[in-house]
Design a protein around this ligand. Structure first.
Ligand SMILES: [Zn+2]
Ligand SMILES: [Zn+2]
Length: 318
């Protein structure tokens, strides 16, 4: 018999508090966020009217939207709230469907994603965090570099690899998940080619297949990537601190809809296993609604809904 490896599931053990100024919202930070994230997206939106009618149709948008929602919820409900944090138990078919849906987002296989994210929570904004925007320092130049790093560069530049044995031993024991993880390459191909096939068959043209591939495949994946990465970069830099945390996680309202509720990231770090991240009045959390629907259908059980007392204890007094 081997001994069970140490898990890092939302461990309350943390490295000493980071020696950083908790008030990091300077104008420099905001301008940097704008340039790195919003300008490329605005450029993409500006391209839409030029392409409309000949290189982009409602059909491309519809195909892209469907794949965005499936992949996005696969990440938020599946990879994040279920597999990483165990905020609910899922019946086996749902568990498998969530692992496949999340893989369609092309953010890495489920086991790697979960291992990286658990390490992020363990060391949030301290040494050891795979993607903290504060890793280079507090002045605006360091934050600019940090934002870019947290947003995407960590995936290319970091030589560190999170150990799945150390951070995701529970997933490694699940044969179905190991299989889905191994098939990640095939799921990526499907995610990119299925929109092309659907677009081609509906329009019965190669051009229809191409535009559906471009908008429903490539652009959809890029948009979802930016939204997911924004939770790592923007939601650890600017926004509101409604709950007490030891890191720099913040609630960012304008990302709530595209991120399916994940941008209520300050609450998430305050109470990581909670199935609902948008717990305050008016905080829309689509992923929590979906989990609620799964619970009603009997597919999800033991859902960890917000606990009023626990939340009140962590609420920042205003
Ligand atoms: Zn975080
Ligand atoms: Zn998390």
């Amino acid at each position: 018999m081997t001994t069970a490896p140490e898990t890092a599931l939302d461990s309350t053990k943390r490295t000493p508090e980071p020696e950083l100024d908790p008030e990091g919202q300077s104008l420099g930070n905001r301008i940097t966020v704008f340039f790195f994230v919003l300008v490329p997206l605005l450029a993409l939106i500006a391209a839409v009217p030029f392409a409309w009618g000949w290189g982009l149709t409602w059909l491309d948008i519809a195909i892209g939207a469907v794949f965005y929602v499936i992949g996005g919820l696969g990440i938020t409900v599946g990879f994040h709230r279920h597999f990483t944090h165990g905020s609910f138990k899922a019946k086996r078919p749902l568990r498998i469907a969530l692992a496949i849906a999340g893989s369609l987002a092309i953010e890495g296989g489920v086991i790697k994603w979960v291992a990286d994210h658990r390490r992020h929570h363990k060391y949030a904004d301290a040494e050891g965090d795979p993607h903290s925007p504060w890793r280079f320092g507090d002045d605006w130049r360091s934050v600019a570099k940090g934002l870019f790093y947290a947003h995407m560069a960590w995936m290319f530049l970091s030589e560190e690899k999170t150990s799945p044995k150390r951070f995701a031993p529970d997933l490694l024991k699940d044969k179905d998940l190991v299989k889905i993880d191994r098939w990640f390459g095939a799921i990526v191909l499907f995610s990119l080619l299925a929109p092309a096939v659907i677009g081609g068959l509906i329009t019965m043209s190669w051009w229809g297949a191409f535009t559906a591939f471009f908008w429903g495949g490539l652009v959809r994946v890029a948009l979802l990537h930016h939204v997911t990465w924004s939770v790592n970069s923007i939601c650890h830099t600017i926004g509101e601190e409604n709950f007490e945390v030891r890191d720099r996680s913040r609630n960012v309202w304008w990302l709530a809809i595209p991120s399916f509720g994940e941008s209520w990231h300050n609450l998430h770090h305050a109470d990581p296993t909670c199935a609902r991240h948008g717990v305050l009045k008016g905080q829309i959390d689509i992923s929590a609604r979906v989990i609620w629907a799964f619970e009603k259908l009997g597919w999800a059980t033991k859902v960890r809904w917000p606990n009023a007392e626990r939340l009140a204890a962590k609420r920042v007094s205003v």
